[in-house]
Design a protein around this ligand. Sequence first.
Ligand code: ADP
Ligand code: MG
Length: 305
Amino acid sequence: MAEFSIIDTYFNRQNRNAVDLGVGDDSALLTPPPNQQLVICADTLVAGRHFPLDTTPHAIGWKSVAVNLSDIAAMGAKPHSILLALSLPQIDHDWLKGFSQGLYDCCDQFGVSLIGGDTTQSPHLTLSVTALGWVESGQAVTRSGAQIGDYICVSGHVGDAAFALQHLGHVLQKRLDYPTPRCQLGQQLKGLASGMIDVSDGLAQDLGHILKASHVGAQIQLDKLPISEALHILPQEKQWHHALAGGDDYELCFTISPQNYDKLLQQKLDINITIIGQITKQKGLTFELDGAHYPLQFHGYQHFA
Ligand code: ADP
Ligand code: MG
């Protein structure tokens, strides 16, 4: 009984998107648009592991959706709907109210509907969201298309969330709690970017996935990394460390030919992008500063460390 009243009270708003059947039956029903592929992904947030225990329920709701829309964006796809699997230690109405509000705020901002899910009791607060989107058949941007000579670009700033985690209460904490999925940029890069990934585990590690899938290497110019003003109080290497190895940025890292980069700049973008390096034939990731090789050691986020 409690389970159904939670669903009806907090997770059964009218859908704004084209959904044939949403919350309430055994499954949801959608009609695929013609000539589109379904893009689908899932991401789980565990309290104390993926967000500090005292994170507000509103921020947890927002973030559980945002991290998934970021994965949809990284394919060049348009987000459509989400499913929510919610495991709660107990029923706390204040918490549920804030959480569902944050979740719907993120859904509303990006035109996404909550179409179903599951609600269970469990000792650990765990939120698992599945996101669905659409992309024209054959047009998805994968990790495997980077070409030698392509520019390597990143959106926004990198390292903010890692900095905020160590400076809770700083204004940059909003970048940790309320990441912005780059949904519009992702779709604009469809047909232009050769490879793309969203930065969740640290720029260097995530770029590494593109390099491996594309069988290429990369050279990064350290002085080009887009690092927020607030981080300039830190020693230089620490700033690079946050930018390259800090997690939770949810920016897009993509590779693009110089010609397509010019085409991209002819469009109106809602977030700044920065060229940080170039794809090389030589495998591996190398760093340069002022035209000279710079040895830098670090590791990205390890989920099972
Ligand atoms: P079943 O037992 O058939 O799996 P449930 O009783 O778990 O169905 O769920 C009833 C309906 O509520 C289903 O449509 C399901 O998708 C939806 N639902 C359950 N939990 C959530 C949730 N946390 N958010 C959104 N929809 C949910
Ligand atoms: Mg169920």
